[in-house]
Write a protein that binds this ligand. Structure first.
Ligand SMILES: NC(=O)c1ccc[n+]([C@@H]2O[C@H](COP(=O)([O-])OP(=O)(O)OC[C@H]3O[C@@H](n4cnc5c(N)ncnc54)[C@H](OP(=O)(O)O)[C@@H]3O)[C@@H](O)[C@H]2O)c1
Length: 239
């Protein structure tokens, strides 16, 4: 039985990754920050399916001390999914240091130091890290400068750690296109949403399951490292 840690694994895409890995015989460690209720429900459901197959860890990943405490609680690991992330607009003239720290630390610093802290354990099991990047690591999303920079950093982190941690750990990434509308941008009008969908050759949003399937593929792909797969309905063809 292999063990996976999924950051931000209590809801939305992270929860689908958690459920998919669990359905494929992984024991899961679900990390959450504020979504304690959703995390507890998910862990209860998964333990109902298979006894002692799911655990919870809580941490604010911008806090390096809390991140290290989380890493210290883990005794065995095969797969680390760096999924937790923040996403909100940062128009250039309004950006302050607080925005910079919040987005860069959540989306880039935390995956880096978590990978570093867990590399000894992963190495013992010939393990794997999968970073959830974004197609906007390659081409910027207007008004989201810090987010774009954070995900571009995560893409380079994927390649650089693949090199540094080989041959004992593989490091890959999944770059989603439009999967779920952001929680804090639910006020996007139907017209705005339709305009975005019109740019996607497959004419629809992806499903969290599409991301989870690709994570599972990479977790099993024993001769792939340093690669990032876009799961975007062809959106990058029109960028
Ligand atoms: N949604 C999309 O269409 C889309 C598109 C492109 C890329 N992506 C990427 O796919 C991944 C999942 O997307 P999503 O929309 O499902 O993510 P999300 O709902 O925006 O965030 C996932 C979780 O990250 C956790 N988190 C954020 N900052 C944290 C911090 N500083 N410390 C600890 N936990 C933190 C939160 O946990 P709590 O709720 O427990 O606080 C949150 O539930 C992300 O990496 C995202 O960038 C998504």
């Amino acid at each position: 039985m292999k063990t996976a840690l999924i950051t931000g694994g209590a809801q939305r895409i992270g929860a689908q990754i958690t459920k998919t890995l669990h359905a494929h015989n992984y024991n899961v460690i679900i990390h959450y920050r504020n979504s304690g209720k959703q995390a507890q429900t998910l862990v209860d459901n998964l333990n109902h399916i298979r006894t002692d197959s799911a655990n919870l860890v809580q941490a604010e990943l911008c806090d390096l001390q809390a991140l290290q405490t989380l890493a210290d609680t883990i005794k065995n690991l095969d797969l680390l999914i760096n999924n937790a992330s923040v996403f909100y607009p940062t128009p250039l003239q309004n950006i302050n240091k607080n925005d910079w720290d919040k987005i860069i630390n959540s989306n880039l610093m935390a995956p880096f130091f978590l990978s570093q802290s867990l590399s000894a354990l992963l190495s013992k099991n010939q393990g794997c890290i999968v970073n959830i990047v974004d197609i906007h690591a390659q081409r910027p999303l207007k008004n989201h400068a810090i987010y774009n920079i954070s995900k571009a950093g995560l893409a380079m982190m994927t390649q650089t750690l693949a090199q540094e941690l080989a041959p004992s750990i593989r490091v890959c990434g999944v770059a989603p296109g439009s999967i779920l509308w952001p929680k804090n941008e639910s006020e996007l009008t139907r017209e705005q949403q339709q305009r975005m969908l019109n740019k996607i050759p497959l004419s629809k949003q992806g499903r969290p399951q599409d991301i989870a399937n690709t994570v599972l593929f990479l977790a099993n792909a024993s001769y792939i490292t340093g690669q990032i797969i876009s799961v975007d309905g062809g959106r990058t063809l029109n960028q």
